[in-house]
Design a protein around this ligand. Structure first.
Ligand SMILES: NC(=O)c1ccc[n+]([C@@H]2O[C@H](COP(=O)([O-])OP(=O)(O)OC[C@H]3O[C@@H](n4cnc5c(N)ncnc54)[C@H](OP(=O)(O)O)[C@@H]3O)[C@@H](O)[C@H]2O)c1
Length: 385
């Protein structure tokens, strides 16, 4: 509560300092944070005082309904899998900037790091309970802290263990959505749904979600515990969910959270065949991010550039606006380490593409074949068809 008060004071303070550029005086413990934030605000957001997300969307329905900002924030890349990471204080400041701009949905997972991403997000969200929600995921198998990549573990005991760890790392009383990360051949989905249902009754989890599952699994899970959201990969270069998952979400009143909505940065237009990813970045292992595939797929970015040129939209904004126009129950969770990209992405929530524009865009993009699969063989074997 005290931090919440500090946060509100800080916003007022920033508005005033951004306008007047005067010397300022703050409590010593917050001086560093204020000083840096003032610089960032003045330099990067300009007189408009920054983009914000002003709309909300509801994931799920009935008792499973969960209303969140129309765009969320994928936290994974703040310290995992996305090459250069900001230092901890800068990452925390970026999360605070997202909150200042109306984002209420933050996504993480036990396996990001592993464990360290949840801890970072926990630090960043401290003091914001009741104002924002954090979603996390269970289901990967870890032995002595190391992931066993050939197996999954959604046993009830592991779900409960991960839940307790996530609550502790994140410093929250309940997880907004607790997703199964990948399906586990050894645990029927009904047992998974029942276990998460119990955690909901115990108040440790607010809502149930599933990642990369097929329509049959969604139906079976939903019959046991109402599903709030499916989180699967969905963007202009990967549209498989349109075949049966999205129609089923519409039918059952389930929300959809597209992950990697900018195709891991590719649709932002800043990656080319000379881009080299750090060893910590999973893109270096993905077929679609090999130089030859990138070179061929850049035609898709060119199509987005051509579409956006006369309209004043960037390729990332087009990718996000397209997703949000596909259905009102879709809430993308782009990730970024940069305030400028956060601003750019949030401004996509103000873009409404017309039916004709959607057709024009889809026709242009689907005329270009996508080169390279999204995952390697092992990862692909983990996603349900
Ligand atoms: N459920 C699952 O299995 C699963 C799998 C993967 C991811 N996820 C979730 O989805 C979230 C997002 O996924 P993601 O990070 O893989 O992909 P993404 O959001 O599509 O792309 C993130 C990348 O795009 C770049 N980017 C962001 N905005 C940009 C812009 N406006 N212009 C140019 N580049 C931009 C970022 O770099 P900068 O830092 O330079 O902006 C970053 O490298 C994750 O944080 C995670 O929460 C879930």
């Amino acid at each position: 509560m005290k931090k919440e008060q500090n946060h509100i004071d800080r916003r007022d303070f920033l508005k005033r300092t951004a306008l007047a550029s005067v010397a300022f005086c703050v409590a010593p413990t917050l001086e560093k944070v204020y000083a840096t934030r003032q610089t960032v605000t003045a330099k990067e957001t300009g007189p408009s005082n920054g983009a914000s997300v002003n709309q909300q969307r509801t994931l799920g329905s009935g008792e499973a309904a969960f209303t969140v900002s129309a765009m969320g924030f994928g936290c994974m890349g703040l310290n995992y899998h996305r090459s250069e990471h900001p230092d901890e204080q800068a990452a925390i400041r970026l999360v605070h900037e997202a909150i200042d701009r109306g984002v209420t949905l933050f996504d993480t997972a036990e396996s990001y790091g592993p464990f360290t991403n949840e801890r970072l997000v926990g630090k960043a969200l401290r003091g914001y309970a009741g104002r924002v929600s954090v979603t996390s995921k269970f289901g990967h198998k870890f032995v002595n802290g190391v992931q066993v990549k050939t197996e999954e573990d959604s046993s009830p005991a592991n779900i409960r263990k991960v839940c307790e760890n996530s609550l502790r790392s994140l410093g929250v009383e309940a997880l907004g959505i607790f997703y199964q990360h990948r399906s586990d051949l050894n645990t029927p989905i009904e047992a998974v749904a029942e276990t998460v249902g119990e955690l909901i009754k115990e108040g440790k989890v607010l809502h149930f979600g599933l990642c990369e599952v097929n329509a049959d699994t969604i139906r079976r899970a939903h019959a046991v515990c109402p599903v709030t959201a499916i989180q699967s990969e969905y963007h202009l270069m990967h549209r498989t969910v349109e075949e049966s998952v999205l129609p089923l979400c519409r039918e059952l009143g389930i929300g959809f959270v597209p992950y990697s909505p900018i195709n891991r940065g590719f649709l932002g237009g800043l990656i080319n065949e000379y881009t080299r990813f750090s060893p910590n970045d999973n893109r270096q292992t993905l077929p679609r991010f090999q130089p030859e595939a990138i070179r061929k797929n850049l035609r898709i970015v060119e199509a987005l550039n051509a579409f956006g040129r006369t309209r004043g939209y960037t390729p990332a904004q087009i990718a996000l606006a397209w997703l949000m126009r596909k259905a009102p129950f879709i809430v993308p969770i782009p990730g970024t380490t940069k305030l400028s990209h956060l601003e750019e992405n949030l401004r996509a929530t103000d873009i409404t593409l017309t039916d004709e524009e959607m057709r024009e865009l889809e026709t242009a993009v689907s005329a270009i074949p996508v080169t390279g699969s999204r995952y390697d063989a092992l990862q692909e074997s983990k996603v349900q068809k």
